[in-house]
Design a protein around this ligand. Structure first.
Ligand code: SAM
Length: 276
């Protein structure tokens, strides 16, 4: 019998029973594909769970839809990281989107996801999608005032993603957005990764005029409590327009819905205290 444990802190972890395992060592990280009893196929990078077939919809819907709903007409979207393809799949549910770019540093993550996670990577070959195998930090050096929405679907701020949680990088994101542009970033667990969370949100606040942090319940992520942050220089993130709710009616989702959107920024007091 095989069991896998992700050590989420030095003192606690998530343990799952595994049917089969495959490991690949890429230029950037150790990639594991586990076939688990409870969560289906699971993608693990350098020991950290990235996504699972059973609960991936929560993370991908919650990263993509709030930003795409809030933007008045998102046509050009960039996902940085996200080589499994789940965020791109959600982006393409918005009919206004004409171009969806994916910038993933590790080609092996894309290859493995296409082979083992077809329900997640299913839209990566869509003609609206262009895939760039590059470091997101360098990629943005050449992109100015181009995107309507940029989604940061990154692994933890250690290893290849470390620099992409700093204000110099968020400034590049801001410069790559055109008028009314919105960024959405995964900003870690405010419960078990308090410092990562506080640091990421505080860096974002230094760069953008408007911001709003929200949470989702994701069973396989540390503490099951995960955060995301929207930011913009032009769109007042905390204000709602009636037209935003019209767009939600036509979306096919399993977690994200109008009730979640209405109360998106109602977060627990201890979480808002961390980012005051
Ligand atoms: N849902 C995930 C989470 O929060 O754990 C994120 C999943 S996604 C697989 C993260 C991806 O970011 C990985 O495939 C990793 O290779 C990619 N990545 C890390 N650093 C990057 C960088 N500098 N540029 C582009 N992609 C990067």
């Amino acid at each position: 019998m095989i069991w896998f444990t992700e050590y989420q802190t030095p003192n606690t972890g998530l343990t799952v029973k595994v049917k089969e395992a495959k490991t690949v060592k890429s230029k950037y990280q150790e990639i594991l594909i586990l076939d688990t009893y409870e969560y289906g196929k699971m993608l693990v990078l350098d020991g950290a769970v990235q996504t699972t077939e059973r609960d991936e919809f929560i993370y991908h819907e919650m990263l993509a839809h709030p930003a795409l709903i809030k933007h008045p007409n998102p046509e050009r979207v960039l996902v940085i990281g996200g080589g499994d393809g789940g965020t791109i799949r959600e982006v393409l549910k918005h009919p206004s989107v004409k171009e969806a770019h994916l910038c993933e540093i590790d080609e092996e993550v894309i290859k493995i996801s296409k082979e083992y996670l077809p329900t997640i990577s299913c839209e990566l070959n869509n003609p609206k999608v262009q895939v760039f195998v590059e470091d997101g930090n360098k990629f943005l050096d050449e992109r100015k005032s181009y995107y309507d929405v940029i989604l940061l679907d990154l692994s933890d701020p250690v290893g290849p993603a470390e620099a992409l949680f700093k204000r110099e990088f968020y400034t590049k994101v801001k410069n790559a957005l055109r008028e009314n542009g919105i960024m959405a970033a995964q900003t870690e667990s405010p419960f078990l990764q308090e410092l990562y969370f506080k640091t990421a949100v505080n860096e974002i606040k230094q760069v953008f005029k408007y911001f709003g942090t929200y949470l989702a319940f994701i069973p396989t992520y540390p503490a099951g409590m995960w955060s995301f942050t929207l930011a913009s220089d032009d769109v007042d993130i905390l204000k709602y327009e009636e037209s935003e709710f019209d767009k939600i009616k036509d979306l096919k989702t399993k977690y994200f819905c109008d009730k979640i959107y209405t109360s998106l920024f109602s977060i627990p007091k201890f979480v808002s205290d961390l980012i005051k």
